[in-house]
Design a protein around this ligand. Sequence first.
Ligand code: NI
Length: 168
Amino acid sequence: MAKLDILRYPDPKLHTVAKPVQAIDTRIRTLVKDMIETMYDANGIGLAATQVNVHERLVVIDVSENRDEPIVLINPTITWMGDERIKGEEGCLSVPGIYDGVERATAIKVRAQDADGNSRELEAEGLLAVCVQHELDHLMGKVFVEYLSPLKRNRIKSKLLKALRDED
Ligand code: NI
């Protein structure tokens, strides 16, 4: 297994729209393992392939307490979304150190394949529902800060660009 590099906002590659996974083969299964390892290593609850610069529809999620219940969603689509909305604090491994409120549906259903190619529908609510919506946004090239005001977003951009410069 290998730890992967995570793209950081405002890297334009984060705005790439992912294509469907064509075949769940050895390459994809290795990518899944590496993404799960990368997510755990970074203490994240979700990671989209987009964030590791692979532009295919694949995300990994783990919202469990013990970090031992990874969920793999390949070619996911939201099939149902409840009417209720909640605004919660979100963060993102591609936007380190930034947390802000985003409004999301509190309950959704998502259809996806797992790493064995089995298709299933997952019912998600609460944190899991929010996380799925956040990760699926990544596959559409959307980062959560795009829900914030342009002023806030520009401030975040400057802050992260400065942090990158300071690292060099
Ligand atoms: Ni994210």
